[in-house]
Design a protein around this ligand. Sequence first.
Ligand code: PEP
Ligand code: MG
Length: 268
Amino acid sequence: MADGTRLPVYANVGSVADAARGLAFGAEGSGLLRTEFLFLDRPTAPTEAEQQAEYQAIADALRGKPLTIRTLDIGGDKPLPYLKQAAEENPILGVRGIRVSRRRPDLLRQQFRAILKVTPVSVVRIMMPMIADIGELRWAKAIFEEEKAALGVTADVPLGIMIEVPAAVAMADKLAKEADFFSIGTNDLTQYVLAMDRGNTELAPEIDSLHPAVLKTIADAAAAGARHACPVGVCGGLASELPAAPILIGLGVTSLSATRSGIPDLKA
Ligand code: PEP
Ligand code: MG
């Protein structure tokens, strides 16, 4: 920026091709790899080797730049044949994100292992979706440390969390002390702060990530991050909106992860 502050702009990716294109558009790595693409539309879960190969290919496409891999964020509205979930009246408020991992720790362990086998592992960061309290973070961290030790990985692999549930904002000081970074998911944060379904077409004109209530939660999360030296990025849709960038930066956000097409303008 004009005052010399460095603010990285990353790409949101969902495939190897996305990663390569993101780089071509000027991304300084990926701030969000949605790993759901590996788990959907198939009769069985991807094996550890399959996952590892895919993460490695994406890391290779980013040519040494950082890759932030989000653990599985599947919800009750996206049923997987190999994941038994009861029907839910409100899937958006149901068993999704880390709540699935709590019920299927085998899947989380396997994903951690596949990620930890990427070389060089120093390019990798891991983040977990839908964290609402410190207990979830501590639980996942313990599993992560176990898998890391079992694989003999000694490198520092940052473990961060998505900030997309209002409860996480309320508890942001506690979370910032123990998470290696925050990444604000403005899509879900907006839906949960405003109590408006992000998929409801009738409400689409009203569900506004620039609503003052949403901006207040972003400001609170950023301030908590700053108090505890925890970097605070945004990877939700708001990060791709050019007019929002100065607002987010002014609120204390330290990196943006955007869709490919938004990157050149953001960087300029
Ligand atoms: C978000 O909620 O803003 C986010 C980045 O996650 P997703 O859109 O995948 O739910
Ligand atoms: Mg989300």
